[in-house]
Design a protein around this ligand. Structure first.
Ligand code: 5GP
Length: 179
């Protein structure tokens, strides 16, 4: 089993590239089935989802568009609940079937707010595809992903797009802290 060290923590490989590939294929299969004959707009949440999105969307065969957003991780604290877009939506979601592509849904706050935003902007439907989901930490029920690569307990993971203070996103597998 492969291990990596970062900032004094030892991480061990939890999902291999082969396991990730088959999880991503299952997500793509469901999307291909559900969106057959439709023209979805995939909204990829930067930075963490970029590797998952790249692998997933190569396997998605429906006629579709892809766009990117980046939201501040602090906006959730604002009493207004207003999203702060570091990279705003580049195109209209009005009348579109939107699929938000996320790396991991934790408390669900990010997705909860993003879904509300997409609906307010006139999206016809909004679903979520997330590589990872931490069901035990979910605080916003509407943020449960429609498409899940793999559910995970409350551990912190890195790799495959997920970072530790900006580093380790380029690992080809998903690693957990070694207990
Ligand atoms: P939520 O809004 O669902 O609480 O948080 C989602 C965001 O928290 C993710 O997009 C990700 O940036 C970060 N996050 C949550 N859990 C983890 C984790 O285990 N590892 C890493 N690297 N980021 C995480």
């Amino acid at each position: 089993m492969r291990t990596v060290q970062e900032q004094g923590h030892l991480f061990e490989e939890w999902l291999t590239p082969e396991q990730i590939n088959s999880d991503v294929q299952l997500v793509a299969d469901q999307i291909n089935k559900d969106y057959e004959g439709k023209e979805p707009l995939f909204v990829v949440v930067l930075n963490g989802a970029f590797i998952f999105a790249s692998d997933l969307l190569k396997k998605v065969k429906v006629h579709s568009e892809i766009t990117f957003i980046r939201v501040s991780s602090y906006w959730g604290m604002a009493s207004t609940g207003k999203l702060e877009f570091l990279v705003p939506l580049q195109q209209s979601v009005r009348g579109r079937d939107v699929v938000i592509v996320e790396d991991v849904v934790d408390t669900g706050l990010t997705i909860h707010q993003l879904k509300a935003h997409m609906r307010a902007e006139g999206a016809t439907s909004v679903r979520v595809a997330s590589m990872l989901f931490k069901p035990d930490k979910l605080e916003y029920n509407d943020a449960k992903p429609d498409y899940i690569g793999r559910s995970i307990t409350n551990e912190f993971v890195i790799g495959y797009g997920l970072d530790l203070d900006g580093f380790m996103r380029n690992l080809d597998a998903i690693y957990k802290v070694k207990q």
